[in-house]
Design a protein around this ligand. Structure first.
Ligand code: MOS
Length: 745
């Protein structure tokens, strides 16, 4: 991998302050030495192996299976209909409820055997016969309808101002259609479960981005109390949204264990991850933009046509980016959808923002070109000072600084406005592109528990999830500060459903939610401790009263006189307490109306090189400048941004599920043919952490960093390809053949 420059500013470690330190991840050694235990690494005594048999047709009925296995006929009953949808965030599941086939790759039976080989072999010998019906495939495969909502509760149509009038009055107009394909998460770790029943108690090893949600879902399906279910998920090998909800195959693993009365392991094979475990739905987006002579936008109309399954309702909310990114007196967003024979799409890597921003950022680039303006200047001209669709103030927005710092670092000044103007010494075309990044700053509800012990150590525990982003480290840093302890004095427990519910590792919300819950729990401990000390005549803190105290390095200090302090241990000893406990909770309904528009922002600058004869595209470098409030750990945050930027390259140039229109099957369900970037595809990456203080998002000022990186980068790469070649490709990913101009005719 090319060099990855680190930012010049590495904060010095301040005594007693863990937040802000660029610590390496605490689980790193376990992972690189193979000691981190993932779900499928578990082998309880007596465990059997279960393997799915999946449908080779996309629509119809299974009429015959030539083997004894778990099928709709003999599978144990469930307490709840897996097709029930009790809240908008509940996804319907395929768990052998009947003989209907709703998409290719749907589980049709589960084979259980003593060995994985026997189960795999038997699953291949089932000779299913089907009554097949023609599947609906592709965005023109079905009749369109207007969905009740897109994403989570966003109205399918939103308007501000008069778009038609704005377009009519415009000096410059563009209308363009952009297409994004179905994409699959492809986490390195497949969905897996090891399920063991003990009477009405259930213990599960399964990767989960949402332990409490998973517990509640399984409790509902099996009719047992949530506290009877223990989910252990210490590590995830990636999730990208696909492990936020319990998946059908995981429920099948639990059913199999129920049936045989022994622990059962079920692990999906790579190709089985292209059906029942979610994906990003395809989109066709129409952008109509108007701008006046000076380059001010007069209208934005963003329309999305997307696809969902025949039996559930999730709609990729691509148009949301147009609510927030650019100022315009008139904005309209509209949506339509078709039902297809596909597994239900769901949350995947900036759902909505990723697919929507590559389209909007391309259209913005096209408009800048139509006006003859530099794309950065055009974006600054249309900078949104308040959220355009709502008129709400932003809680904070350092996007201008992102543009400025990113442009300076990249060397954007002097970029020729016209395309196909730059070549390198070997004759390759060189192009520079820009994309604006944005992602909402949200919080779910979360709780945490903190304990301070008389020996001067502390404990913080909560059901947080580390899907690879570094939660074990960042949250422990917040925990250490919340108790005024050094990291080494702190025991940090997470990743298990018997701990307080810490919300989900999704929506880029986890550090804010779990972090604020920890912050609250630690604050309660310190408040109790201070009360003990201040009420005790023997304490140097006696009657510190209104001045209050500071907690740092295992001691409480008087704020008005820091020479007077006492150790936590002494305070607890004198009070005759072995330990003191605090609880914290944070967050709320992430989708409820708020007085501020709350987003992280960024600007990504890309350089690509294109071979003028062969059309080969290579991303050379990406410089992203992001402002996301308080940065808990700059090293881990930079890693998050790098990951997002790489997924942006992937969106622009690599990822695409290819569907066979006759069978409805994904034809490239493997990592050889479904392309994701390998090291050789990854450019030089630089992430600038732009300073931003947000007094409104939460008391620590934390926004999310997990998903924003993909949003600006995909458009930046696409725009750089145009700038290199002069060819505007509007169907993603951009492929070699899109750039080949036929020599004849
Ligand atoms: Mo993410 S798509 O919210 O895991």
């Amino acid at each position: 991998m090319p060099e990855t420059p680190q930012a010049a500013i590495v904060p010095q470690r301040r005594h007693g302050a863990s937040i802000g330190q660029p610590l390496t991840r605490r689980d790193g050694l376990l992972k690189v030495t193979g000691q981190a235990r993932y779900a499928a690494d578990n082998h309880p005594p007596g465990m059997l192996h279960a393997v799915l048999a999946v449908s080779s047709i996309a629509r119809g009925r299974v009429t015959f299976l030539d083997v004894a296995a778990v099928t709709p006929e003999n599978r144990p009953p469930l307490a709840q209909d897996p097709d029930a949808k009790l809240d908008p965030l509940m996804f319907r599941l395929d768990v052998l409820q009947n003989d209907r086939v709703r998409y290719a790759g749907q589980p049709i039976a589960v084979v259980i055997a003593e060995t994985l080989e026997a189960a795999t072999g038997a699953a291949a010998l089932m000779s299913p016969r089907y009554e097949a019906e023609p599947p609906r495939v592709g965005l023109d495969g079905g009749d369109s309808f207007i969905p009740p909502a897109i994403g989570v509760g966003t109205p399918p149509e939103m308007r501000r101002g008069d778009v038609e009038a704005g377009l009519a009055a415009a000096e410059h107009q563009i209308e363009a259609i952009y297409e994004t394909p179905a994409q699959y998460h492809n986490a390195m770790e497949p969905h897996a479960i090891v399920a063991a029943w003990d009477g009405e108690r259930l213990s599960l090893d399964m990767p989960s981005q949402g332990l409490a949600w998973g517990q509640a879902r399984i409790a509902g399906l099996f009719g047992i109390p949530p506290e009877n279910i223990l989910i252990r998920s210490p590590f995830l090998g990636g999730g990208f949204g696909s492990k936020g909800m319990v998946s059908g195959p995981q429920v099948l693993g639990i059913l199999a264990a129920r049936l045989v009365g022994r622990p059962v392991k079920l692990v999906l094979r790579r190709e089985q991850m292209y059906g029942p475990v979610s994906h990003r739905g395809p989109t066709r987006q129409t952008l109509r933009l108007g701008a006046d002579r000076q380059g001010a936008l007069t209208a934005i109309h963003h329309h999305v046509r997307t696809a969902t399954s025949s039996f559930d309702d999730f709609f990729e909310p691509s148009v949301q980016v147009s609510h927030t990114l650019y100022a315009s007196p008139a904005i309209a967003t509209t949506a339509e959808a078709v039902r297809l024979e596909t597994g239900t799409p769901g949350f995947m890597r900036a759902p909505g923002e990723a697919s929507g921003s590559i389209a909007l950022e391309s259209a913005i680039d096209e408009m800048a070109q139509a006006i003859g303006m530099d794309p950065l200047e055009f974006r600054l001209k249309n900078y949104a000072e308040v959220e355009p669709i709502s008129g709400k103030p932003f809680s904070s927005k350092a996007l201008r600084e992102c543009y400025a710092q990113g442009a300076a670092r990249f060397g954007w000044a002097g970029r020729p406005v016209a395309p196909r103007q730059m070549r390198d010494e070997s004759g390759l075309l060189v192009g520079w592109g820009l994309g604006t990044a944005t992602f909402p700053a949200i919080m779910f509800q979360g709780q945490a528990r903190a304990v301070l012990r008389r020996d001067g150590t502390g404990l913080v525990e909560l059901g947080a999830q580390d899907m690879g982003q570094g939660a074990w480290t960042a949250l422990a840093q917040i925990a250490a500060d919340s108790l005024g302890l050094e990291l080494e004095q702190l025991e940090f427990r997470a990743g298990s459903s018997d701990l307080p519910d810490a919300g989900i590792a999704g929506g880029s919300s986890h550090t804010a939610t779990a972090g604020m819950a920890i912050h609250g729990a630690g604050a309660e401990v310190i408040a109790k401790l201070a009360e003990l000390a201040m009420g005790d005549e023997a304490s140097p803190l006696f009657a510190a009263g209104n001045a209050g105290v500071l907690a740092r390095g295992g001691r409480l200090y008087r704020r008005d006189d820091e020479t007077r302090s006492e150790s936590y241990a002494d305070i607890l000893s004198r009070a005759g307490l072995a330990e003191i406990e605090g609880r914290g909770s944070a967050g709320g309904d992430p989708f409820a109306e708020k007085p501020y528009a709350m987003y992280a922002h960024g600007a990504v600058f890309a350089e690509v090189k294109v071979d003028p004869e062969l059309g080969q595209i290579r991303t050379m470098r990406l410089v992203g400048a992001f402002a996301a409030g308080t940065i808990i750990n700059p090293q881990l945050v930079r890693s998050q941004y790098y990951g997002g930027m790489i997924w942006g390259v992937s969106f622009a140039l690599h990822e695409r599920a290819v569907l066979d229109p006759r069978s409805g099957r994904v034809m490239n369900p493997n990592l050889a043919e479904y392309h994701v970037p390998v090291n050789a595809d990854v450019p030089s990456l630089e992430a600038i952490l732009v300073e931003e203080h947000d007094p409104h998002v939460n008391a620590l000022g934390i926004k999310g960093v997990g998903e924003i990186g993909i949003t600006g980068s995909a458009g930046a790469v696409a725009n750089a390809v145009w700038h290199a070649t002069g060819v505007r490709v509007r169907r993603f990913p951009i492929r070699i053949e899109d750039l080949l101009i036929p020599a004849t005719h």
